[in-house]
Design a protein around this ligand. Sequence first.
Ligand SMILES: C[S@@+](CC[C@H](N)C(=O)[O-])C[C@H]1O[C@@H](n2cnc3c(N)ncnc32)[C@H](O)[C@@H]1O
Length: 195
Amino acid sequence: MLGTELELRLFNYRDTTPLRAGQVDDEPYGGGAGMVLRVDAVAAALDAAYGGPPGHKVVALTPQGRQLDQQLVEELAEEENLTVLSARFEGFDERVVEHLATDAVSIGPYVLSGGELPAMVLVDAVARRLPGALGSEESGLEESFSAELEGGLEYPHYTRPAEFRGWEVPEILLSGDHARIAAWRREQSRERTRG
Ligand SMILES: C[S@@+](CC[C@H](N)C(=O)[O-])C[C@H]1O[C@@H](n2cnc3c(N)ncnc32)[C@H](O)[C@@H]1O
């Protein structure tokens, strides 16, 4: 359970495809290798799930989409409902991206075999921004790319033991001086972000 506000529903295009024998993909027009996910199979899945156009954001996962970053995660976390479309093989019939999806999102400039992992990455990143998702042992405020850290990288963390193989925890973190610790962390964050 990632939060109190998350309801996940999974759909398989094969369960609602209008084609025989669970067919959802087909050979590309114009020839070439691989199979393409059919627009009618995706439309049927959306119709079955929502009784028509969803009326909320529909994200097609594709390496050609807007690259996922924390800014986009925050935007998607604002949505009440979100539908995520995955493909396999050669990807979607372009009409899925043009007409059925409202957004196209990539999780990075590389190509994976299918949209399952990208979907999990996106859902995890968005879900942990929802109220109630993070326990007290994890802070969602001061973390890498957050506004609290000016969009920069998080400062380093240490825990016990204070010394291991001669590797020591920075003295300031043991000082109990919270104001100096906060200033040190801010500086570390800025330094890391500058690179
Ligand atoms: C092998 S990929 C298709 C790649 C496509 N032929 C291209 O060259 O852009 C199959 C599917 O995996 C998913 N996928 C692969 N890499 C991805 C990425 N970096 N971001 C988002 N989805 C990705 C998408 O759903 C995609 O349609």
